[in-house]
Write a protein that binds this ligand. Structure first.
Ligand code: MLT
Length: 400
């Protein structure tokens, strides 16, 4: 008889957002007329901006002609997109990242999970608690419940920012602006982690999917703004939230050429080479038309239009934040992030609060416990719905 990867049996039966979708479906069957407002999963609602749509049409037409049709592209992404990313996301901001350090992909969820392919199983791995569940689940798929997985406690007392570990940890996941708590690290705070990683020869897996939502000057948008980070970090970036690509799928991962480690035989090994080997073997690249759409994000019009999109969502974030604060609730995030994190009023059970909010206000959010034990008693709302629905949701909550 064949066997299975039994580590899967140790996972929660379903992925957090699948479990929530199931609950909403059950509720809708019982209350077909309820006007449900979804502030749960971080999925965007605005349509793609005109520059992106134009690029999609143009690229689609190219695929219809013999002379311009494209088959397999480079697994790492087309040069036209990698060059633009390097120039506009990094070099113009004074950060040294070159086009060939960028690997275009179909999503940060995939890459933050797949990166484990090139890392050893013996690594100790630190994750914040609460945390984006993909980091924890993908590690558990490899290790099961294992004491190599270390949770860094984030609570209201430390403003939901992890403390540097006392011991040496090999791999550390950081996500800033953070999902789920919406908190951010300043440059000096992030520098402490880079210094720690350089000292202990640790690797930081830095998820910057929400960098476009940073509004304050002293908050880094890339870990590579910190000196030495190119020797200890990999950064994940996405077009999902800053340009509304959740349905189109495009992201990229920066693996600096300076990032090296020592193999068990004493050889120095480049992670860039390993990731290149992994991607060219297991991945055939992002569709040409999608990469042309991502390129359009970097045109002057694309930059302006996507900035307006982000500002629209941040207006929602302000409305949610002010509404929750006016109830006297303890609120985190929403200033440099599309996520708002707050203490559930009157209960320490975040699923119970989920049910009450759904049943009594017809609003969907995400229970904090879904992100880890420290999330119990907390709740997350997203700013990704429309302005009207966000206003309506907050009116309902204010009158609750
Ligand atoms: C979330 O709601 O946490 C997001 O949808 C995460 C993701 O982009 O996968």
């Amino acid at each position: 008889m064949f066997t299975i990867n039994e580590n899967y049996l140790q996972l929660n039966e379903s992925y957090l957002f699948s479990a929530i979708a199931k609950k909403i479906n059950e509720f809708t069957l019982l209350h077909p007329d309820a006007d449900i407002i979804r502030l749960g999963i971080g999925d965007v609602t605005l349509p793609l901006v005109p520059s992106v749509i134009d690029a999609l049409h143009k690229a689609t037409d190219e695929m219809a002609k013999k002379e311009t049709f494209r088959g397999y592209g480079p697994e790492q992404g087309y040069e036209f997109l990698r060059e633009k990313i390097a120039e506009i996301d990094f070099q113009q901001r004074g950060v040294s990242v070159s086009a060939d350090e960028i690997f275009v992909s179909d999503g940060s969820k995939s890459d933050t999970g797949n990166i484990l392919d090139i890392l050893g199983e013996q690594n100790s791995v630190a994750l914040a608690d609460p945390v984006y569940p993909v980091y924890q689940d993908t590690n558990m798929m490899r290790l099961g419940v294992d004491d190599r997985l270390i949770l860094l406690s984030c609570t209201a007392e430390n403003d939901f920012l992890p403390q540097l570990p006392d011991e040496k940890i090999d791999v550390i996941y950081l996500c800033y602006p953070d999902n789920p708590t919406g908190t951010v690290m300043t440059k000096p705070q992030l520098k402490q982690w880079v210094d720690y990683a350089l000292k202990h020869r640790s690797l930081i897996l830095f998820d910057a999917a929400y960098e476009a939502f940073v509004t304050e000057d002293d908050i880094p948008r890339s870990i590579f703004e910190i000196e030495g980070a190119d020797r200890c970090a990999i950064e994940f970036r996405s077009f999902s939230k800053n340009a509304g690509f959740t349905g189109l799928r495009c992201s990229y991962t920066v693996v600096p050429k300076a990032l090296k480690t020592i193999a068990s035989d004493g050889r120095e090994v480049s992670l860039h080479k390993l990731w290149n080997r992994r991607q060219s073997t297991k991945f055939n690249g992002v569709p040409y038309i999608v990469q042309r759409a991502a390129e359009a994000v970097y045109s002057p019009e694309g930059q302006q239009q996507t900035r307006e999109m982000v500002e629209y969502y941040m207006q929602n974030a302000r409305i949610i934040r002010e509404g929750l604060l006016s109830k006297g609730w303890a609120v985190f995030g929403g200033i440099n992030s599309p996520y708002l994190w707050f203490k559930c009023p009157g209960t320490n059970d975040s699923w119970q609060f989920f049910d009450r909010l759904l049943n009594e206000c017809h609003i969907v959010g995400t229970p904090g416990i879904g992100f880890g034990a420290n999330g119990e008693g907390y709740f997350r709302l997203t700013a990704f719905n429309s302005l009207d629905k966000t206003r309506e949701a907050l009116e309902r909550i204010k009158n609750w």
